[in-house]
Design a protein around this ligand. Structure first.
Ligand code: F6R
Length: 615
């Protein structure tokens, strides 16, 4: 949440910052702003709402300079407004700050500042920091020394960056806690900061990632790192980031979400490549996974963690792992796990699923598990993100940059990686025979072709979405492997279309949900020809008996279902365990087209943001 960017070098900073913000807008779009050092002064432009509003303000009152910082906001403290937009400045408007996160003790810090005569012009928690820095600069300290004195006073979560005309040609950036990544990018005679990789790809692939408790002093000629605790210097590795700019651009699609849905055949192929040993037919994750065979054999319990969509992938993971590897698994909501004094047993593996690797609830739950002695494995898309650094083992999702707030291709990558992981565990624990594993893997290698075929159905799914786009409520039903798919289908429809949607295990209907059914309720039933098929067919009958409208996801070639549903969407056949990676695709497309038909902003749904770095 909230995007931060910064530039120092010899080029005009304004367009670079605006372009960087454009690539980060998915992190927050309540307001945007830039602060530029210009002719010994500081110029600020800010605007409420989306980045285009800021672009208009800059066009009316242009500004230029060789260094600056920019911000796109997801509001926490203080309503979305120009006044609350970042950057915030001190009393003399010579120092500016941008911030991602929440400063929990800002009231306590603000009172003495107000008493000392500091004038505040926003309702934000952030502004207090720049006034504290102002006091330190007034003592003749450099910007980094001032930040090193101020930042340890802050409680809560924060990634921050400062510039000041009192210490020109420098950006000081810091990461206080898990919340909010800070990435430094190295150019030729110029340096950058950003809260996410796509903002920097246009300029450099060479990047370093701040760990919590670290500060970077960024100038055109180099970057130094220090520890917040005691100011000690820190050596940081420079990483070469493989993502390319094309994969972070819309490439002719109307929205990133649609593009990301269409990338899935490629994503699944990339996920599978190199992960099956040719000779033995065994799944291997190479360097990513250091768990030894003995450790795998000794595992007594797995706990899977994930928020929102990643949480539904975790649930699918539980079903897969219990079926193939016979290890008891729990799925936990990270924000609950963290606070409810969970029990960790010896030989327990905690598995975190997170596209961004920066979701603060997930990180906090991981830390709690680690504190209690669990081994941590994470499935993460973003290289270098905090989850990867907290974990003992990492399985990287090969999804490429996911820009749309609604997660699609990363969800599919999680499902396929969990499928591989369950096979991996089954093979090592001896619960999965050679022949069965070979069949499961052959099906996986056929998946990209099936996804391609299913994508051809988009016009039909669009027509369906247009027919039902005005419905106020939807119900999604699934069983077994596709119970998580039902939850994900409802989740996506809610977040994009703003209609109410509920996902449930179809067996639960009779325990209460049946009361909702009438002729105005579209019910999406995932009724593939698997081990739950007969039961799903009965559930469909129950809905029809109560006049509900049934939209069935049915297997290709299932003739029995003809005439049993109002609408039928065909899904190509694969094995039951892999079917969620196919069944979810029409549901993602349905949510996309309902939202688009309603005129909603598909890539940036209201009140949401990518990378949820607040609790
Ligand atoms: C749904 C969505 C969110 C995220 C959730 C976890 O489309 O985008 O529910 O899945 O915030 O995010 P990550 O995977 O980055 O931890």
């Amino acid at each position: 949440m909230c995007g931060i960017v910064g530039y120092v070098g010899s080029r005009d900073a304004t367009p670079l910052l605006v372009n960087g913000l454009r690539r980060l807008e998915y992190r927050g779009y309540d307001s945007a702003g830039v602060a530029i050092q210009e002719n010994g002064g500081l110029e600020i432009r800010r605007a409420e709402g989306k980045l285009d509003n800021l672009v208009r303000v800059i066009a009316e009152r242009p500004l230029s300079g060789r260094s600056g910082i920019g911000h796109t906001r997801w509001a926490t403290h203080g309503r979305p407004s120009e006044q609350n937009a970042h950057p915030h400045v001190d009393c003399g408007a010579v120092t500016a700050v941008i911030h991602n996160g929440i400063i929990e003790n800002f009231h306590d810090l603000k009172a003495p500042l107000v008493e000392a005569g500091h004038r505040f012009s926003s309702e934000t928690d952030t502004e207090v920091v720049v006034h504290l820095v102002e006091q330190e600069l007034a003592q003749g300290r450099t910007l980094d020394e001032a930040a090193l004195r101020v930042l340890p006073q802050l409680e809560g979560a924060a990634a921050l960056a400062f510039i000041s005309v009192k210490d020109p040609g420098k950006i000081v950036a810091a990461r206080i806690s898990n919340a909010g990544a800070v990435i430094v990018g190295y150019g030729e005679g110029e340096s950058f900061i950003a809260s996410d990789i796509p903002a920097l790809l246009e300029h450099t692939r060479r990047m370093s990632f701040l760990d919590p408790g670290e500060l970077a002093v960024v100038t055109a000629t180099g970057v130094t790192f220090r520890r917040l605790e005691d100011g000690a210097p820190v050596e940081k590795a420079v990483q070469d980031i493989q993502w390319d700019l094309v994969s972070a651009a819309k490439s002719g699609y109307k929205h990133f979400m649609l593009k990301e849905i269409y990338e899935q055949p490629r994503v699944v192929s990339d996920t599978l490549i190199g992960r099956v040993e040719r000779e033995s037919g065994r799944v291997a994750f190479d360097d990513d996974l250091k768990l030894t065979d003995a450790q795998v054999k000794g595992l007594r319990r797995l706990t899977l963690l994930g928020c929102g969509t990643a949480g539904y992938a975790a649930l699918a993971g539980k079903y897969l792992i219990e079926r193939l590897a016979r290890i008891p698994c729990d799925v936990e909501i990270p924000s609950e796990y963290r606070y409810r004094e969970p029990v960790v047993v010896p030989d327990q593996l905690v598995v975190a699923l997170t596209q961004s690797g920066e979701t603060v609830d997930t990180l906090a739950a991981m830390q709690e598990a680690k504190r209690q002695g669990a081994r941590l494995l994470s499935f993460v898309n973003v290289m270098g993100s905090q989850a990867t650094r907290l974990s003992d083992d990492v399985i990287y999702l090969h999804a490429g940059p996911e820009i749309s707030v609604a997660s699609t291709k990363a969800y599919t990558a999680m499902l396929v990686d969990l499928y591989l992981f369950a096979i991996f565990l089954g093979q090592r624990r001896g619960t999965l025979g050679k022949e069965k594993a070979a069949k499961l893997l052959a099906d996986a290698f056929h998946l990209p072709t099936l996804i391609d075929a299913l994508l051809q159905e988009e016009p039909r799914i669009r027509a369906l979405a247009y027919r039902y786009h005005q419905a106020r409520d939807f119900l999604f039903l699934g069983r077994g492997m596709n119970y998580p798919t039902a939850l994900e289908g409802a989740h996506k429809l809610k977040e994009l279309s703003y209609s109410h949607a509920e996902g449930t295990a179809a067996g639960e209907m009779k325990h209460g949900i049946n009361a909702l059914i009438d002729e105005s309720l579209p019910v999406v039933a995932i009724a593939l020809q698997d081990s739950t098929y007969r039961k799903m067919r009965s559930n469909i009958q129950e809905v029809r008996a109560r006049a509900g409208v049934v939209i069935a996801l049915a297997s290709d070639g299932d003739e029995e279902i003809e005439g049993q549903a109002d609408e039928i969407v065909r899904v190509p056949d694969t094995n039951e365990l892999l079917s969620p990676a196919l069944a979810v695709l029409p549901l993602h497309l349905f949510a996309y087209h309902v939202a688009d038909r309603r005129g909603n902003d598909v890539d940036q749904p209201r009140n949401l943001a990518k990378s949820v770095t607040v609790e």
